[in-house]
Design a protein around this ligand. Structure first.
Ligand SMILES: *Cc1c(COP(=O)(O)O)cnc(C)c1O
Length: 402
């Protein structure tokens, strides 16, 4: 390749970032297919895509699986898909992937201990929208409820607090990173005139800990608090926890009313997506028939992406439940390996039981950047996702010692 004609891409020795020269990407008055110094747009986007794919070798710090390839579905890049409304009924706009979406929803319903006759949902734009949906339904059921969530819950809860104008109480976590149940009960009792929307996290962003979902409702009923909507934010942990031996109920079988799982994290997708599930009985209040699009609707959005349901179906169909179990096992094995190796190289690793997240002492800026590691105070963390191998960990340890 003529290097004088390429964009100012990553130095191959330090594959950290991509940058463009001024004007490279500018959209002007007339049509353009090349940049100011003659570099071709096709070449430019090909280089960016290749750089993105190459990050499989370096991406160890974010909860995203990079081991996927949906190019066999490329024909759909020329189709105007839209799953507007729910995927259960017909819609005025019928170029959609609704039957595929329904299969994905049924698969996740079974995986979360739900009954397909009693649980419904839709595919969202990500974990945040799935949380908005679940918490919003809780507030529709109990308009004067207080929202309780753990101090380690995902930052999306702060957005939802503003969006829905909620009174949110954050409950301390114990030394395993789980919501402290006694503190939750105490907080609910001190506001016992108001119902509770409780968001439990399964797989916190910082440590991977799971709140004790199965115990929450029982503990609240014991103290006379019965008006409870239990939302489970399993955006991150929802595809690990079902495969931990002897784990026990954690979702609909543990009394959840609504649930969020991410599509782009453990399954892996080129665009963000999430799964939102809820007990059907809670939908009566929000379901309606929208004449403008001739569709039944209980979703948060208007037009809805039809491509991510198709990609999720395609990936899950190829994996099956067994394939997901193997993946979860792989992630846990790599996390265990990382914990040991990081210990050997003096990085003071820490890992919660059954977590795929291993935190360790913050390395140099250069190492953080190269390995896509987040700087959180004096620590950072490796997140063992399906594309990680022992080789990633060995190379990281080598860089830590270098
Ligand atoms: C990632 C994550 C979210 C948010 O998901 P987005 O897809 O980024 O909106 C919410 N909760 C938890 C626990 C997460 O890990």
């Amino acid at each position: 390749m003529d290097t004088s004609r390429r964009a100012d891409f990553a130095d191959p020795a330090s594959p950290t970032t991509v940058s463009f020269r001024p004007g490279d990407l500018e959209i002007g008055d007339g049509p353009r297919t090349e940049g100011p110094s003659g570099q071709n747009d096709d070449e430019l986007v090909r280089l960016l895509a290749q750089w993105g794919v190459d990050q499989r070798q370096w991406m160890v710090g974010f909860p995203v699986n990079l081991d996927f390839d949906y190019r066999p579905l490329a024909d759909f890049l020329a189709v105007s898909l839209n799953n507007v409304g729910t995927s259960y009924g017909p819609a005025g706009y019928n170029i959609s992937t609704r039957p595929f979406e329904r299969q994905v929803l049924e698969f996740f319903t079974r995986l979360t201990g739900g009954d397909v006759d009693q649980v419904a949902g839709y595919i969202t734009n990500g974990g945040t929208e799935s949380n908005i949906f679940g918490i919003h339904l809780g507030m529709r059921r109990y308009p004067d409820a207080v929202l309780y969530t753990s101090a380690d819950s995902h930052y999306s809860v702060d957005k939802i607090t503003w969006l829905l104008n909620l009174d949110t109480v954050k409950i301390d976590v114990d030394d395993k990173g789980e919501m402290n149940l006694d503190a939750l009960v105490e907080a609910c009792v001190s506001r016992r005139d108001r119902p509770a929307v409780v968001q439990a996290t399964v797989g916190t962003t910082m440590t991977g800990a799971a709140d004790p979902v199965a115990a929450i409702r029982g503990r609240l009923v014991d103290v006379g608090i019965e008006r409870v909507h239990l939302h489970v934010d399993a955006a991150f942990g929802g595809l690990i926890i079902p495969f931990i031996p002897d784990h026990g109920p954690w979702a609909f079988d543990a009394g959840a009313d609504s649930l969020a799982i991410s599509g782009h994290k453990l399954v892996g997708l080129p665009i963000p997506a999430g799964i939102a599930l809820v007990r059907r009985e809670h939908l009566e209040m929000v379901a309606s028939h929208v004449t403008q699009v001739d569709a039944d609707d209980f979703t948060m959005m208007g037009s809805r992406d039809g491509l991510s349901p198709l990609m999720l179906w395609w990936a899950l169909r190829r994996l099956g439940r067994d394939g997901l179990a193997r993946r979860a096992r792989h992630c846990l094995d790599i996390a265990e390996y990382a914990e040991r190796r990081l210990g050997e190289c003096g990085a003071e690793p820490q890992r919660m039981p059954n977590s795929v997240i291993v935190s360790f002492r913050r390395p140099s800026r250069a190492v953080l950047a190269t390995w896509h590691l987040l700087d959180s105070g004096d620590r950072t963390h490796v997140i063992a996702m399906p594309h990680l191998t022992k080789d990633h960990i060995d190379r990281l340890c080598h860089d830590l010692q270098g």
